[in-house]
Write a protein that binds this ligand. Structure first.
Ligand SMILES: [Zn+2]
Length: 176
């Protein structure tokens, strides 16, 4: 009888050990998932509504698109820096802006590798690459591979997702 008791105790500990391992691996997976969608600035919809206009909220937080040729920056030829209208993150400089003829401000590169993030977008039966603000995850527009050299990229961005800081230097010039 004693023998059986110790056997079942051993089983009990083995089960406990396996259970602990499973719990741990679940935790690891969850950590990875969170990392994928983690942005430095996170706010609820209610909080965003307090600092954005309804039009900005629709584009930045609900992935809307402003009608072509209606935004304030598609034809802006002034020198300066374009920042995120949601969080002020430095996104694009006029040095990399070009006239794409599409009616949206277009750039061939962001000011730094981390200033924007991209992800696949399968909405409206199209395969596109969505451009998000690297800091707050706000929807900025899409990037296409029909832009000018040297990158061949066209970042097609909604004016309403941007604020323009006239005369501000390109911050990427300092980093070789
Ligand atoms: Zn932002």
């Amino acid at each position: 009888m004693k023998y059986f008791k110790s056997i079942s105790l051993v089983y009990f500990f083995i089960l406990l050990f396996i259970h602990g391992c499973l719990l741990n691996s679940n935790k690891e997976e969850r950590k990875l998932e969170n990392k994928k969608t983690e942005f430095e600035i996170t706010k609820t919809d209610e909080e965003w509504k307090k600092i954005l206009t309804p039009e900005q909220f629709h584009v930045l937080r609900k992935k809307g698109t402003e009608p072509a040729f209606t935004g304030k920056y598609y034809n802006n030829k002034k020198k300066g820096l374009y920042v995120c209208a949601g969080c002020g993150n430095e996104l694009f400089h006029s040095d990399a802006k070009f006239d794409s003829g599409t009616g949206w401000p277009s750039f061939w590169m962001p000011v730094s590798e981390n200033s924007v993030k991209t992800q696949s977008d399968y909405s409206y039966s199209m395969i596109r690459v969505e451009v998000l603000c690297g800091k707050c995850g706000g929807h900025l527009g899409h990037v296409f591979e029909d832009g000018p050299q040297p990158t061949g990229l066209r970042y097609c961005i909604n004016s309403i997702a941007l604020n323009f800081e006239e005369g501000k230097e390109n911050p990427s010039k300092d980093t070789p």
